[in-house]
Design a protein around this ligand. Structure first.
Ligand code: MOS
Length: 697
């Protein structure tokens, strides 16, 4: 059985990203930086109707706009649109202005439907307009149960009922979705902003009815996706068709507005929770009724699916008697997609809020209540380590007793991420040159998480070289196939693969050169013996070096101004495990990112829909609030290194418990529950029984 080396020079240490110079100097080329010969701008016309029958689209006038080289319809014949922002047509032209002019003169014959609905609670009403004609907006709920819940509640010493809700969250990666695409007789080349060069290739080939070998996807650098960039995308298919027609490459990047409308989101949740414990503090009965919206449906626009509205429940804690009832409500809005730890942050927020509400009723410290009920030994360790670092004992006061106008509070919550394990079909190769240079080629991609650095670190460790001696090439379907970067699987997929490549490289190099150990200082001499022909070694993912799942706990400290309602996040202590830590810096950076994203979910982010027009009312960064630099608290990260477990992904678990921990800290500060994310000043004041001056009563 292979195993990771014990006394490692680079593994679990801090290696600065190998591509940092390219990024900070602006040399890194993203999909929208590609200067393909003679490229054109591409733009998409989107529906201004939230629900309509489209009977005709006429592109003639658009094609007469000076500078316009191509125009295509999103679909032929009659079809229905079901949300504001659904794709109707696209144009390609030599300037942005030409494209804008062309979009304006496309003639669309549309018959708006009688009604539409963008609000979950409206959509649930029996007389609501149907998003999908002939089927109810909310199908019959799925029900699961264990034990005898009704009986069990009568046996509890304390029971609480709470209502906890989370909003639709938009992915909003810094780089919007899009591609530069060239379709010639030789096939399609797409410089794509994607989380999966292979999955994007397959998506494009399928939609364009081409052989997969005729489509090449290249992603040198990529600015985030969080689950929303796993497919070829409607925008990719349209760009390819425009390129075919214009006989020129087309750069079609979505606008920020497009990103808010049409390329995925995290479903909302409305969770009615009843939970009870026996006198010794053991959870005994749990009941959840939950609904949420995934827009027209999870992945219903075929741009990369996943991310349904159901949540895992009861989250994390075993409860002997449970009843869980869930349904997804369709509304006239863009479909959901997988979003960083799909379904876990809302599940965590509901359950962990209910846990603290129940602990308060029992008169227990919520951390102790967790230690009694959490059966996971890793989290037990993490809670103890984190509590110590955070100073939980010294800081803890009963809810609402913090004095003064600005009250402080603390809270905690736990995470579980069942994925994070490997894609077992991952492959890669290395070319070793006689001059001692070595280049790794893997058909994986670095979506901003540090994949290139992880490859360099593992290779340097195995070969006794320095990370900067390793050339890393990823993000190209011409390389041996790699995994899509979803489910926190990338690190656990590529690390064992690079290990295997290195083992084979050493074996072959040693055999060919006659040098017994080709590592480290012997490397140049061994390579020299290759003569004039480089050595190319192929490797596969191998068993025994990676694993799943990951856990983690977080502690948050907040200050709540009871006059303005403003919540300030002061500090987060995060204790996480991910098996063997490959590179400490990239691991910490995933956790920082997860916490900052979770903080946005807790305090700022929420898609707001307009009931009258069906449009997203806050489609840009002025109005859709993401955490800014000034909001970011002191973050202290404690990593549990468990090399014996092998490599596990960390991207998703890191964002799971943050919002719940913050919500609990706010409850602890003010002694009242804000049961609805985001925790805005108005909601804080309302929870305190104060009506903000700008709210009409
Ligand atoms: Mo992630 S939501 O699995 O890309």
């Amino acid at each position: 059985m292979p195993s990771w080396p014990d006394n490692s020079k680079y593994l679990s240490q801090k290696t600065v990203r190998v591509d940092a110079p390219e990024k900070v100097t602006g040399r890194a080329r993203y999909a929208s930086d590609i200067q393909a010969n003679g490229w054109l701008y591409g733009m998409i016309l989107r529906s201004k109707w939230p629900a309509a029958k489209i009977s005709e689209i006429n592109l003639d006038k658009a094609l007469q706009v000076p500078g316009i080289k191509a125009a295509v319809k999103a679909r032929d014949g009659e079809f229905n649109v079901r949300f504001y922002g659904e794709e109707l047509a696209a144009v390609a032209g030599i300037t942005k202005q030409a494209c804008l002019d062309a979009l304006r003169v496309i003639e669309v014959k549309a018959t708006p439907r009688e009604g539409f609905v963008v609000n979950e609670n409206e959509a649930l009403k029996p007389d609501s307009p149907q998003v999908w004609e002939g089927s109810p907006n909310a199908p019959v709920p799925r029900v699961r149960h264990t034990g005898d819940v009704d009986q069990a509640f009568t046996e509890c010493a304390a029971v609480i009922e709470g209502f906890y809700s989370t909003p639709v969250q938009i992915h909003h990666p810094m780089e919007t979705h899009g591609n530069t695409i060239s379709w010639t007789d030789d096939g399609v080349t797409a410089w794509a902003s994607t989380q999966g060069v292979s999955s994007a290739r397959d998506g494009l080939a399928g939609a364009l009815q081409l052989d997969q070998s005729q489509v090449r996807v290249i992603t040198d650098f990529m600015g985030g996706g969080f689950g929303s960039k796993l497919g070829g995308g409607v925008e990719g298919v349209l760009a390819a068709r425009l390129s075919r027609e214009a006989k020129a490459p087309v750069r079609l990047m979505l606008t920020r507005f497009d990103n808010a409308l049409a390329v995925g989101n995290r479903p909302s949740s409305f969770q009615k929770i009843k939970i009870g414990a026996t006198a010794d503090g053991k959870l005994h009965a749990f009941e959840l009724e939950n609904y949420g919206t995934a827009g027209i449906g999870a992945g219903a626009d075929q741009g990369g699916g996943g991310g349904g509205a159901d949540i895992p429940a009861p989250y994390i804690y075993p409860v002997p008697n449970t009843r869980v009832k869930q349904t997804a409500v369709a509304v006239n809005a863009g479909s959901s997609r997988a979003f960083r730890a799909p379904s876990h942050p809302p599940a965590s927020y509901g359950m962990e809020s209910a846990m603290d509400d129940l602990a308060a009723k029992l008169g227990m410290d919520p951390l102790e209540f967790r230690l009694i009920n959490d059966s996971n030994p890793v989290r037990q360790r993490e809670y103890k380590i984190g509590a110590e670092k955070f100073g939980w004992k010294e800081k803890y006061q009963k809810p609402g007793i913090s004095p003064g106008v600005v009250k402080t509070g603390i809270g905690c919550a736990g995470a579980n991420w069942p994925a994070g394990g490997p894609n077992r079909r991952t492959q890669g190769e290395a070319q070793i040159n006689p001059d001692g240079g070595i280049e790794f080629r893997l058909g994986v991609q670095d979506i901003g998480t540090g994949t290139k650095t992880v490859i360099a670190v593992v290779a340097a460790e195995m070969l006794g070289l320095k990370p900067e001696q390793i050339t890393v090439k990823v993000g190209d379907t011409n390389f041996p196939p790699g995994p899509a970067s979803g489910g926190s699987t990338t690190c656990a997929s590529i690390s064992p693969t690079v290990y295997d490549i290195c083992e084979k490289a050493l074996q072959q190099l040693q055999a060919q050169s006659g040098i017994a150990d080709a590592r480290g200082e012997n490397w140049p001499a061994a390579c020299k013996k290759l003569g004039v022909t480089p050595l190319v070694v192929h490797g596969n993912w191998i068993e025994g070096l990676s694993n799943r799942p990951a856990y983690g706990v977080q502690f948050a400290e907040v200050a709540v101004d009871t006059e303005t309602g403003l919540v300030t996040l002061k500090k987060v202590v995060a204790v996480h495990d991910c098996g063997l830590i490959v590179d400490k810096l990239t691991t910490e950076s995933q956790i920082n990112g997860g916490i900052i994203m979770g903080m946005g979910y807790a305090l700022y982010e929420e898609r707001v829909m307009d009931d009258l027009s069906g449009v997203v009312l806050n489609p840009n960064f002025e109005t859709y609030k993401l955490s800014g630099i000034a909001d970011v608290p002191e973050i202290e990260i404690i990593l549990l290194n468990m090399p014996e477990r092998g490599v596990i992904g960390i991207g998703e678990p890191a964002t799971v418990p943050t919002a719940a921990a913050i919500g609990n800290a706010v409850f602890n500060a003010i002694g009242a529950r804000v049961g609805s994310l985001p925790i805005t000043p108005a909601k804080v004041l309302a929870a305190l029984g104060k009506v903000p001056p700008f709210v009409k009563t």
